[in-house]
Design a protein around this ligand. Structure first.
Ligand code: PLP
Length: 455
């Protein structure tokens, strides 16, 4: 089939081809509509029909820290592709950009985290971290330590390993048997504290549950716990201040590693380079992706302590693990240039003000009958939708998100009942106002079933 795009036929034509050939991640078969993008700049993207959308979702997936269409990054990629597009990083082979990026990341990472292993994205990074944690213990003679503890509502990816530690049941349905030796505990979720923890203090409850879980599995059988510093896809849920320090202590007392999944929070999303440190996680391993390149190239980086790095890959060890695109020179060059932009433009420091502007602009939304909670953590924002504010019965955010796109050209994400905003860190106050007005307009029309009423 040949294709000559014209403004009138390209949308229909591409939609038809898409239906015929393309399977989308997280695809619902019933959704036949396609939104086919062809261009982007700053905080805007355009579809085949020339319609402009305001991207309040970070490219739909919490990326786009530096915004879209940066010629500077394209130039860096083009130069690197001409000089050295790719050569393997296996064995003794290396490249200047992968090395420089590793040094840069070690400089940004919390104290004591100096070793870097690359991935092609978040799921691959989480899988690598799980293997690294198990191998670390194995190489130290603790061969029984294989259990991994994850959390309900934690999102860690879609590969078999990362998908097993993810706390969303649909990720596991129909694709078992899953990764063995994975256990899950409850997450902190202040908005639903009474449902989840009864009258107990939430942190006490969660520490008791984790203690009991470790005892049941056998402390000497547990390799690691994995958690996002704050739940991302689970609904931008920050833990009480004492939670991570107490978890950290409990794990350390039992020789268990802590893996911080910073795929969403890393590189400035919440107003700091790495969110785990300020929440007291003192993680042994930090998994990052997304913001490392702002989505301009697929890449992730697993950052770990010197001790772990030495134990799995130092003198006398053999790390038989790695992917073709580990340390990809072009991706690494783009990552370096992306970090330059983040630093030069002070984008980490912009996340806080962006969050405050959204908080103020969305204030009227928090009073609407079907908005149960509004949570803001830097430039990560969630409106949790409920059928009733007293019973807190969840309702799906999907219809409202669709309406926002169709009627207002505003792109946000839905995760079950969560409407999530993760704007580029370059978003201006005027666009924040436009996005918030649209969100309020749509949510004011949402009924108890989640469907917006006709205007
Ligand atoms: N970890 C977290 C916290 C994520 O939010 C995601 C993706 O959204 C992943 C891991 C998986 O990353 P990827 O989709 O790049 O595999």
């Amino acid at each position: 089939m040949t294709y000559s795009p014209t403004p009138s036929d390209s949308t229909t034509f591409l939609m038809e081809l898409d239906h015929r050939h393309l399977i989308h991640p997280h695809q619902t078969g019933a959704q036949r509509e396609r939104c086919v993008f062809v261009r982007s700049k700053g905080c805007s993207v355009w579809d085949t029909a020339g319609r402009e959308y305001l991207d309040v979702s970070g490219g739909g997936n919490w990326v786009a820290q530096v915004g879209h269409g940066r010629a500077e990054l394209a130039e860096v990629a083009a130069k690197q592709m001409t000089e050295l597009a790719y050569y393997s990083s296996f064995f003794e082979f290396s490249n200047d950009k992968a090395v420089r990026l590793a040094e840069r990341l070690a400089g940004l990472a919390p104290e004591g985290i100096n070793k870097v292993f690359y991935s092609g994205g978040g799921s691959e990074g989480v899988d690598s971290a799980l293997k690294i944690a198990r191998l670390y213990h194995y190489n130290r003679g603790a061969t029984e330590r294989s259990w991994i503890i994850g959390r309900n509502l934690g999102y860690h990816g879609a590969s078999l390993g990362s998908g097993t530690v993810t706390g969303f049941p649909p990720m596991q349905q129909g694709v078992g048997p899953l990764l063995p030796h994975v256990e899950r505990v409850s997450p902190p979720y202040p908005y639903r504290a009474s449902e989840l923890y009864g009258d107990a203090d939430p942190t006490d409850f969660l520490i008791d549950e984790l203690t009991a879980t470790i005892e049941r599995l056998g402390p000497g059988n547990v390799a690691a716990m994995i958690g996002e510093p704050m739940l991302g896809s689970g609904g931008v849920v920050a833990p009480p201040p004492g939670y991570w320090p107490r978890v950290r202590k409990l794990l350390s007392d039992n020789g268990i590693l802590l893996i911080a999944d910073e795929v969403v929070t890393g590189y400035g999303r919440t107003g700091v380079w790495f969110d785990s440190a300020r929440r007291g996680m003192q993680a042994d391993i930090i998994v990052t992706a997304k913001g490392i390149t702002s989505g301009y190239a697929p890449m992730g980086a697993i950052l770990m302590s010197d001790e772990i790095g030495e134990t799995i890959a130092g003198e006398g060890a053999y790390f038989f693990h790695g992917h073709t695109y580990h340390g990809h020179p072009t991706a690494a060059a783009v990552a370096l240039a992306n970090l330059d932009i983040i630093e030069r433009e002070g984008l980490v420091d912009r996340a806080g003000p962006i969050g405050s502007w959204f908080q103020a602009a969305l204030d009227p939304a928090a009073e609407l009958p079907h908005v149960g909670d509004l949570r803001v953590e830097g430039a990560a924002i969630c409106l949790e939708l409920v059928g009733d504010r007293d019973t807190k019965q969840p309702i799906m955010a999907g219809p409202a998100v669709l309406e926002l796109r169709r009627r207002h050209g505003v792109l946000v994400r839905d995760y079950g009942p969560m409407m999530i905003l993760s704007p580029p860190l370059v978003m201006e106050q005027q666009d924040i106002g436009r996005a918030a007005d649209a969100v309020i307009e749509v949510l004011a029309r949402v009924g108890p079933d989640g469907e917006p009423n006709a205007r």
